[in-house]
Structure formats: structure tokens, C-alpha cells
Design a protein around this ligand. Structure first.
Ligand code: NAD
Length: 297
């Protein structure tokens, strides 16, 4: 793996985290976004993020200064990619935006540049041809709060060069991730392939009034010593996102319609949108599932 210069396209929720994590681990990182105003907002967010690195990782000021020195900003795509060994795409989860981005990128990126997409729900094969370099295209999927939830799923498509795949696995390790190689293209990668059906099963028990959310969580937590049950996880994901995912599945799963209705009436309309909103299935900052007594009665 000979990557030195990394460009991160998109400085939103995930992009700025990927950029900082990569710079923190010694790579030269160019942050690219559509205009300077958005890039200035990203710069401000990096300072907030550096406080999290201090708090959660005991990062020293010297380490953080080095990370900031490794970062540069560019709203001109030609300049942003001219030296890139690796480009990580974190533009919005929208097929037309990603397609348009790759159409422009392929005209200006050097031949050596490997492209990686952070898409959560789309597949690399959907964009491989549009990139103009299918053999150098792969998915590199991070989790939100990358510095503490430090895992990366690496997934090629049928035409990805195995060397490129291996290089991405090495790169993921080099930026402090637990690297999780995936050998076949799979919608939802590893985590969401397991998580989504699990959460849907839990919500079905609730919608059919088989039991209460807290009781369903207790069954899971007590049996596996797990710190979280499915409804605590739904609160962390955020009820809006849960609602949107349920909506996407409404045509294929008849159980989604009553779930949408219940979520809308009991959570969306009253603004109980989960952990960040202070209330969801549980109340925050001290949800009952985190108390010592939760599994005692
Ligand atoms: P976001 O909307 O927060 O950020 C997207 C950024 O891309 C914005 O800064 C926007 O200005 C920029 N952008 C828009 N068009 C662009 C273009 N043509 N060129 C460059 N930049 C452009 O989105 P996000 O939540 O960071 O998601 C980005 C990607 O990461 C998506 O593919 C998403 O599936 C994936 N992802 C998100 C999460 C999450 O928790 N949010 C987790 C894992 C993966």
C-alpha cells in the first residue's frame, strides 16, 4: 500500500470525520467540497472534533497539531485530486449526485488514483463503470463517530483488482480501523445485513403488541450480556432514520405500514426522535436500560 495523499470528497457528517481520522494517522489529506463556505464550516467542525479526540482517545496537542498540519482544503476538483493516491467519496447518498460526481472526477483524476466510496446503502457495481476505472474502485464503509466506532468494511465489486482490495484493507488498518474484508458484494455490508432484520423483528413484536419495548430489550440483554437491546439501538440510530428506512421497505414488507403509522403518531409527531432529541423509546441522558436495576425486575 503506497498511499500518501488522500482526498476526501464531501465534508458532511461522515466526510469530515474520515478526513480528520486519516490526517491524525499521518496521511496528507485534501478535503474537497462544492464551495469554500461549506469548507469553512468543516474547518470549524475539525476543532470541535479535536476536543473529542482529546476526551475519548487522550490525544496529545502535538498529535492534534500534526493532524491539522496534514489537512488542506480545496473547492476546485482538479486541484483537489491532482496528487491523490486515494480518493474517498462521501458525497450525499443520492444516485444522481454520486453519478454526476464520478462523471466529473474521472475526467480530472490521475490514472493512479484509487476511488473508494463510503456509501451505506448503494453497491460499488452500480457506479463501477461510471468511474472509468472499475478495477480501482471499491467500497470503504465507516461507522458514524469513526474515532470510537473504529471499524471499516471493505467491499469490492466483481471487477475490483484484488491488489486494490488488499491495499484498502491495509489502509483501513493504517488509520486505526478494525478492517473487515467482505468477499462478495452484499447490500448493507456486514453490519446492516444483520442489524436491519434484527431491528425489524423487534419492532414487529412491539407493533403486534406481543410485549413492551423494555421487556423485548431485556430478553436480548439478559441472554447475551449485551449492553443494548434493539429499542435502545433504534434510539441511537434516531427515529427519523428508522422511519425513512421503514418507508423504503413498505412495498416489500406488509408489516412496515402499521410500523410507520405507530412511529409517526407516537414518536415523529410529538418530536420523540431518539437519544439526540432527549426522548425516544427511553428518556435521556439517563435511560433506564443503563441503570443497574434494569435487568433485576
Ligand atoms: P452529508 O449530507 O452530511 O454530507 C455530504 C457532503 O457532500 C456535504 O458537505 C455536501 O456539501 C457535499 N457534496 C454534495 N455534492 C457534492 C459534490 N458533487 N462533490 C463534493 N461534495 C459534495 O452526508 P453524510 O451523512 O456524510 O453521508 C455521506 C456518505 O457517507 C453517504 O454515502 C452515506 O451513505 C455515507 N455514510 C453515512 C453515515 C452517517 O451516519 N451519516 C454512516 C456511514 C456512511
Amino acid at each position: 500500500m503506497n498511499f500518501k495523499n488522500v482526498t476526501v470528497a464531501g465534508s458532511g457528517v461522515l466526510g469530515y470525520q474520515i478526513a480528520f481520522q486519516t490526517a491524525f494517522h499521518g496521511f496528507k489529506v485534501t478535503v474537497y467540497d462544492i464551495n469554500d463556505e461549506i469548507l469553512n464550516k468543516a474547518k470549524a467542525k475539525f476543532f470541535e472534533l479535536s476536543e473529542c479526540y482529546k476526551r475519548d482517545l487522550n490525544a496529545t496537542q502535538e498529535q492534534l497539531d500534526n493532524a491539522f498540519n496534514n489537512l488542506s482544503y480545496q473547492s476546485n476538483l482538479v486541484e483537489a485530486v491532482k496528487d491523490a493516491d486515494l480518493l474517498i467519496e462521501a458525497v450525499p447518498e443520492d444516485v444522481s449526485i454520486k453519478t454526476d460526481f464520478y462523471e466529473k472526477l474521472k475526467q480530472v483524476a490521475p490514472a493512479k488514483t484509487v476511488f473508494a466510496t463510503n456509501t451505506s446503502t448503494l453497491l460499488p457495481s452500480q457506479f463501477a463503470e461510471i468511474t472509468g476505472r472499475p478495477e480501482k474502485y471499491v467500497a470503504l464503509h465507516f461507522a458514524n463517530l469513526i474515532w470510537v466506532n473504529n471499524m471499516a468494511e471493505i467491499m469490492g465489486h466483481a471487477g475490483t483488482d484484488p491488489q486494490v482490495f488488499d491495499d484498502l484493507v491495509e489502509f483501513a488498518k493504517a488509520i486505526g480501523m478494525l478492517a473487515l474484508p467482505i468477499y462478495k458484494e452484499q447490500p448493507g455490508h456486514l453490519l446492516n445485513s444483520m442489524l436491519v432484520p434484527f431491528l425489524i423483528s423487534a419492532t414487529e413484536l412491539w407493533v403486534k403488541e406481543v410485549s413492551e419495548p423494555a421487556t423485548i430489550d431485556k430478553a436480548w440483554m439478559k441472554s447475551f450480556g449485551s449492553p443494548l437491546g434493539p429499542f435502545a439501538i433504534l434510539d441511537i440510530i434516531g427515529i427519523n432514520t428508522v422511519y425513512n428506512v421503514a418507508k423504503l421497505n413498505v412495498d416489500t414488507n406488509p408489516n412496515m405500514a402499521p410500523l410507520l403509522e405507530k412511529l409517526d403518531a407516537e414518536f415523529i409527531k410529538p418530536g420523540h426522535l431518539g437519544m439526540l432529541a432527549g426522548k425516544g423509546f427511553y428518556s435521556y441522558p439517563n435511560p433506564t436500560y443503563a441503570s443497574e436495576d434494569f435487568l433485576k425486575s
